[in-house]
Design a protein around this ligand. Structure first.
Ligand SMILES: Cc1cc2nc3c(=O)[nH]c(=O)nc-3n(C[C@H](O)[C@H](O)[C@H](O)COP(=O)(O)OP(=O)(O)OC[C@H]3O[C@@H](n4cnc5c(N)ncnc54)[C@H](O)[C@@H]3O)c2cc1C
Length: 558
């Protein structure tokens, strides 16, 4: 659809993932003149790109799907409790087709720049193919895990075999039988891909810098009868998701960690270890997130589980994290991951002992050995949360760049607006309710809020909206303060903005990326802001900003 002659839209949505798809649905339903610009060749975002073997949900499928259409809920059969990438992509395409959304999307349309034009009160959006579009409102559906990162290794272009980041796993598939394969990384993606390919390759060598805590996903099929039961319970399921901090079906154990005996704690953990999904993390005692001693006791329990599953004691010890406790970062879920290391064709290289030095023509070199490979898989994660924003030259009032403004970490109002960047909305932005939760639940909330806001502006004759500097400061302070009680503040993870492969994001500076107050509190806060006439946001008519400032958000309970 690129190449259409139309150059101005009321709203431009950037990104056609879970967020962009729902956002355009809401706009089209309201008759708002809008378009989605998507850099990839198809829709689906995360589920369009990550086609590596083993890519799947860690959210229960039926809690991940959209909740906005009863008809959609009634007709879709999730085949697995934790559905895989091909099915997830089919689902998102089905949604787009069902609601005839594809005709509002332009693919292969990567946005390279977006400059706010103060004179005209509009955004000038540049696309990689040379086009420039304008819009009054710009909605960012860029994704928080959409910019893959590679390690900074010498010689990466010299390798004669095939190499790719998991995000770019070839769409036509890769012949693995008999091949010598390296996987670099042991994060969430690596844990999925390693377990899936270990018995399909000739030799597998895993290069691990830091191990991650992980626990069984306990996936399984969903029969017709089970799906019928889920359909009948959808209202209840979504009500539970709305009530829980993470937006999942899992509710924390309300008993105090220290109120029950050690035997009772272990009994709960034995039970949770066999439960599906994030139960082990989110149905646990709340103290594991905040109390160092409680967390250490539980981490020891999981460490013992690893020791029981890995035959070679030395390998087991290498797979047990020492630098952080269980659950202080989003927990990768696994399916027979630890048993992989009992296989004769699998080798674990501990990079904390023998770091990687370079990529060679035939493979990888560590400080002590050379390894030959046919394929190198970089499972090295993402420039998370703010990466996709940093990749666009976004300039607001007075030419200020968002990249500079966020150099030390993001600052936002409600995770949805940024002072000095009027009419730019982020339904699932940094510091919003999405990043630390079951994403689509947060995304639907964010999209609904942004859409209602646009309706409000339209009905009140406002054409310009900018979060006040004070509102932004208060929100960002609030998000920052919440880290203080969480053990996650100490983890080297994407919750704290750590990524050794992104310049400036190496260890040392904590970035306050996610809102930790839980979904119910977040939703209550943003609804209150709306109810108070979008308190904290400076609203005005057309080209001139009104001198009268709206009230500061003193009264909003955050
Ligand atoms: C392997 C994997 C598994 C996951 N599993 C889960 C899970 O089980 N549960 C869960 O809650 N979350 C999960 N997530 C997080 C996942 O990203 C979200 O669930 C969800 O897909 C986010 O949707 P989104 O639309 O916000 O972003 P995305 O799906 O990332 O979509 C963003 C889109 O914006 C486009 N874009 C970005 N920049 C530009 C630009 N400059 N110009 C044009 N287009 C642009 C991208 O190409 C992309 O299509 C997973 C993530 C990964 C990587």
């Amino acid at each position: 659809m690129s190449g259409t002659a139309k150059t101005h839209y009321e709203v431009i949505v950037i990104g056609a993932g879970v967020c962009g798809i729902y956002q355009i649905k809401r706009l089209v339903d309201l008759g708002i003149d809008a378009v989605v610009l998507e850099g990839a060749a198809g829709l689906g975002g995360t589920w369009y790109s990550n086609r590596y073997p083993g890519a799947r949900f860690d959210s229960e499928s039926y809690t991940y799907g959209y909740s906005f259409s009863r008809e959609l809920l009634e007709e879709w059969h999730w085949k697995e409790r934790f559905s895989g990438q091909p099915e997830n992509l089919r689902y998102l395409n089905h949604v787009a087709d069902k609601f005839d959304l594809r005709r509002h999307m332009q693919f292969d349309s990567k946005v390279t720049a977006a400059h706010y034009d103060e004179e005209e009160n509009l955004w000038r959006v540049s696309i990689a193919d040379g086009r420039e579009l304008t819009c009054r409102f710009m909605i960012m559906g860029l994704g928080l895990l959409s910019i893959p990162t590679l390690p900074r290794l010498e010689g990466m272009d010299k390798f004669k075999g095939r190499s790719f980041h998991t995000f770019y796993w070839p769409h036509e598939g890769v012949e693995l039988a008999g091949k010598k394969v390296a996987v670099i990384g042991t994060g969430a993606t690596a844990i999925q891909v390693i377990a899936e390919i270990a018995d399909k390759v000739g030799q597998l060598t895993v290069f691990q810098r830091r191990p991650n805590w992980s626990a069984p996903l306990n996936n399984g099929p969903i029969s017709q009868a089970e799906m019928a039961d889920i359909r009948a319970r959808y209202d209840e399921i979504f009500a539970t998701c709305a009530r829980t901090p993470g937006g999942f079906e899992h509710e924390p154990d309300r008993r105090g960690f220290w109120e029950v005996s050690r035997e009772e704690r272990v009994k709960l953990w034995d039970h949770l270890y066999d439960q599906p999904g994030f139960a082990i993390w989110l149905r646990n005692f709340r103290e594991i997130f905040t109390d160092e001693v409680a967390n250490a006791e539980f981490s020891d329990y999981i460490a013992d589980r690893i020791r029981r599953r890995v035959k070679d004691p030395a390998t087991a010890e290498k797979l047990i994290p020492r630098d952080h406790g269980f659950g202080v970062q989003r927990v990768p879920m696994e399916t027979r991951y630890f048993e992989v290391y009992n296989r004769d064709n699998v080798n674990l290289v501990d990079l904390s002992e023998t770091p990687l030095v370079s990529v060679t023509e035939s493979g990888l070199r560590t400080t002590v050995a050379d390894y030959d490979f046919d394929i190198i898989v970089y499972a090295t994660g993402f420039d998370a949360i703010t990466g996709a924003y940093d990749h666009i030259d976004i300039r607001g009032v007075g030419g200020e760049t968002l990249r500079d403004k966020w150099n030390d970490g993001p600052s936002t109002y409600l995770g949805m607006m940024v002072h000095g960047f009027p009419n730019m909305l982020m339904p699932a932005g940094p510091q919003s309710g999405s990043a630390s939760t079951n994403y689509p639940r947060g995304i639907e909330t964010g999209v609904n809020w942004c859409t209602d806001f646009l309706e409000y502006l339209r009905s009140h004759g406002h054409e310009r909206a900018d979060a006040s500097a004070m509102a932004e400061r208060r929100w960002t302070d609030h998000v920052t303060k919440m880290y203080a009680i969480m053990l996650m503040r100490k983890a080297k993870s994407w919750f704290t903005g750590y990524n050794s492969n992104v310049p400036g994001h190496e260890a040392g500076r904590v970035r306050y990326f996610v809102y930790n107050g839980g979904s119910p509190k977040y939703v209550a806060t943003i609804n209150e802001v709306a109810a108070k006439g979008y308190e904290g946001i400076e609203l005005s008519g057309g080209r001139m900003v009104s001198a009268a400032r709206t009230a500061m958000p003193q009264d909003v309970r955050i």
